[in-house]
Design a protein around this ligand. Structure first.
Ligand code: NAD
Length: 290
């Protein structure tokens, strides 16, 4: 396939590299001066999008996606597909889907989970929204870049699945960390706490697979001085998107709102920037109730 790839950052570069390695013809563009093995670089986003079967975007946010889409959609042929793998707000995904449809371009919102490791290893999970035809066109590329792709529904459904999942993740990580900090103060050994909770009704992915306490449970960023992993500021980004969507859909999400406020405080005022999102545990450890 002839593929355009716009946004060759931490995630986009290895994803584009994997497509090129699999034998596709990939033309890339990024605002920054980047080079990816096997990918030929274009001088503009529109140039990278011209004449391609599929154009993939992997960009920082919805405003940038909207600007890039306005640039490239007129350059794309009717019947081609624009596949946005960035994590953006549901409204931007739906707006770009509408513009694409008006020009006869298929649009798929397909945010990913799996992080930079998943992008390099080709083991990402894609959660996709859009038409059946759009999903079918993108599916062979998802197979190269990832290990699982779920078609969640119409345009925006992929972003909806992503932010709902990550709202649960943020809330659960905070609950797990505050429970560990309480257990410390009650004199309960952390290993015993893990042994009980990981096999009781308080178990969760954050406890069992990504335990925030160093030396307890499987290897996780807590065992590497809380280096990300999944950075606290990226968790904050996703929690903000969840609350933006909740406002727009008039959904009551008090726990998501509280999680967003806590990660905001942690990232912006308490030195959490650049740490893994499980570094909430040392944060709680240092605090008292008052
Ligand atoms: P990044 O900042 O490393 O990459 C974004 C790239 O987009 C940069 O190279 C930047 O120069 C480029 N860019 C910005 N504006 C542009 C424009 N107008 N035209 C062309 N290029 C432009 O970010 P990343 O970590 O690769 O994340 C990309 C997306 O994936 C984000 O939406 C993020 O939320 C999501 N995501 C990231 C992770 C992760 O672990 N890093 C995991 C899941 C999802």
């Amino acid at each position: 396939m002839k593929i355009g790839f716009i946004g060759l950052g931490n995630m986009g570069a290895p994803m584009a590299g994997n497509l090129a390695k699999a034998g596709h013809s990939v033309t890339g563009f990024d605002m920054a001066d980047v080079a990816v093995e096997g990918v030929s670089m274009a001088a503009s986003a529109a140039e990278a999008a011209t004449g391609q079967d599929v154009v993939i975007t992997m960009l920082p946010n919805g405003a940038i996606l909207r600007a890039v889409a306005a640039d490239i959609l007129p350059a794309m042929a009717s019947g081609a597909a624009l596949v946005d793998c960035s994590t953006v707000d549901v409204d931007s995904a739906r707006a770009v889907a509408g513009e694409a449809e008006a020009l006869g371009v298929l649009f798929v919102d397909a945010p990913v989970s799996g992080g930079v490791g998943g992008a390099s290893g080709g083991t990402l999970t894609f959660m996709a929204g859009g038409t059946k035809a759009g999903f079918a066109k993108a599916a062979p590329l998802f197979e190269i870049m990832g290990q699982k792709a779920v078609h969640c529904g119409d345009a925006g459904a992929g972003q909806a699945a992503k932010i709902c999942n990550n709202m649960i993740l943020g809330v659960t990580m905070i609950a797990t960390c505050e429970a560990f900090a309480l257990a410390d103060k009650l004199g309960l050994d952390r290993q015993k706490m893990f042994d009980v909770v990981s096999t009781s009704s308080g178990y969760s992915w954050t406890m069992n697979a990504y335990c925030p306490a160093p030396g307890v449970g499987p290897q996780s960023p807590s065992d590497n001085d809380y280096k990300p992993g999944f950075a606290s500021e990226l968790m904050l980004k996703d929690l903000r998107l969840s609350q933006q969507a909740a406002t727009s859909a008039d959904a009551d999400t008090p726990m998501g709102q509280a999680a967003m406020a806590l990660y905001e405080q942690f990232v912006e005022e308490e030195g959490g920037l650049g740490t893994d999102f499980s570094a909430m545990l040392p944060r709680f450890e240092k605090r008292s109730r008052g």
